[in-house]
Each structure stands twice: as C-alpha cells, then as structure tokens.
Design a protein around this ligand. Structure first.
Ligand code: NAD
Length: 220
C-alpha cells in the first residue's frame, strides 16, 4: 500500500496495459483517474477497481486534442482539488503498413496520438503540478522496444515511440529540478487487444537479451 494518498492519472486506461496499470496502482493504494477515448471501457476499468477502496473515476479523453486534455485536468482539479502526482501515458494506436503503402493520413494519426498526445499530457499536467507547488511527482510514458529498433510495417509507430523516448529524456532534464521525474518504459510484445491488429509477420518478432546483455531480435 505504498501509494496510499496518491492520485494517479492513466491514459489509455480502458484496455490492455493501461487497464492493468490502473489495477496495479489501485492495489497499491492510489486513487485512480482512468481516462480513455472509449469511455465505456474506462468505466469498466473503474468497475474492476471497486475492490480497492479509494476514490476512482473514469473520464473521456482524446490525448491528441489539447482541449480534451485540458478538460480532464479541470475536472480532476475540481473533484480532487489537486493535480495527480502519478501520470501514466499509455494511450496509443497502431496503423500498420509497409512504408511504400503507408498513407500520409495514417502516418499523421499515429504521430498525433502517440507522440503529440504524450507531449500534451506531459505539458499540461506538469504545468499544474508546478503551479500547485508539488515537488514529488512521477510521469511514466509508455514507449516501445520498436522505437529503438524499428519493426517491419511500423514506420509510423516506431517513429512515434522513438519520439516518445526522446521527449521523455528532454522533459526529465527540464523537470527534474522541479521534483517531477519523467521516465519511459519500452515494452516488447504484450498480448493485448492492440496486438490483434499487428500482422503476424511483425507480431511473431520478439526481442530478448543475449548473454552479453545486448538486445537481439529473435522469433517466437
Ligand atoms: N501491446 C504491446 O505489445 C505493446 C508493446 C509496446 C508498447 N505498447 C504501448 O502500450 C500502450 C498500451 O497498449 P495496449 O497494448 O494496452 O493497447 P490497447 O489497444 O489494448 O489499449 C490502448 C488504449 O488506448 C486508448 N486510446 C487510443 N487512442 C486514444 C486517444 N486518442 N485518447 C485516449 N485514449 C486513446 C484505446 O481506446 C485503448 O483503450 C500503447 O501506447 C502501446 O503503444 C504496447
């Protein structure tokens, strides 16, 4: 129960990793705001948190839209009278295709949600944390191992996640002395609804550490 008294905000909370993150945070005692573009799924996540006693809520959120991010922040400040001090940027999408077939629209959409969406949440929530004089907060951005190594059929997604990693490094340099830690996690393939959309050709690739500690690509 290390997180008793902490307020957490999780984007992409209606599914997969975001939902599991909400459950882990609530189990450790945090109050959780579960935000997702799919409000019904975010509500279901909150239902799953009922066994943990704190004060959890669901919100509709489109991370690619700054006014929606701002609206979430306003609602949280109005309900809890303070900004969250744990922020997990989990919202993400794929629109996979080979570079030669990838449409400009699918490139833009993935960058908008995965990269710009992370930026908007980091910016607006960090601003609120600073304004409230809080100096112990943690932002966790969910990037991806394919942002480091690339992946067939995922030029847009890989680029967005590489961007998330660099955004994270830069934000951590700027916000560290304000008491806000900013970190990224780079998961490999995890069986969630997102993975169902990835073609088998890419999906069956996994990364593992070899005996020297280097990451190498392998196959299932
Ligand atoms: N599953 C994997 O193998 C894997 C690997 C590495 C990284 N990731 C990353 O982890 C995160 C979660 O992925 P997942 O596998 O749980 O996927 P998922 O599809 O199960 O969940 C993603 C959630 O994000 C929400 N979302 C999408 N666009 C949104 C928007 N504009 N605003 C708010 N919410 C939005 C969706 O509604 C969904 O609930 C993503 O950022 C993904 O890129 C996943």
């Amino acid at each position: 129960m290390a997180l008793v008294g902490r307020l957490a905000f999780v984007t992409g909370a209606g599914s997969g990793i975001g939902r599991a993150t909400c459950q882990a945070l609530a189990r450790d005692g945090a109050s959780v705001v579960a935000a997702d573009r799919n409000l019904k799924n975010a509500e279901e996540t909150v239902t799953l948190l009922k066994e943990f006693k704190e004060n959890h809520v669901s919100l509709h959120l489109d991370v690619g839209d700054s006014s929606s991010v701002n609206n979430n922040l306003d609602k949280i400040l109005s309900k809890y009278k303070r900004p969250p001090t744990i922020i997990v940027n989990c919202a993400g999408i794929t629109r996979d295709n080979f570079v030669l077939k990838l449409s400009e629209e699918d490139f833009d959409e993935v960058l908008k949600i995965n990269l710009k969406g992370t930026f908007l949440v980091v910016k607006q929530f960090a601003q609120a944390i600073v304004e409230h004089g809080i100096n112990n907060a943690s932002i966790i951005n969910v990037a991806s191992i394919v942002g480091k190594y690339g992946n067939i059929g995922q030029a847009n997604y890989s680029a967005s996640k590489a961007g998330v990693e660099r955004l994270t490094r830069t934000a951590s340099l700027e916000l560290g002395d304000k008491g806000i830690r900013v970190n990224a996690v780079l998961p490999g393939m995890i069986a969630t609804p997102m993975l169902a959309a990835v073609p088998e050709k890419s999906n069956n690739k996994v990364f593992e550490y070899d005996s020297t500690g280097e990451i190498r690509e392998t196959r299932r």
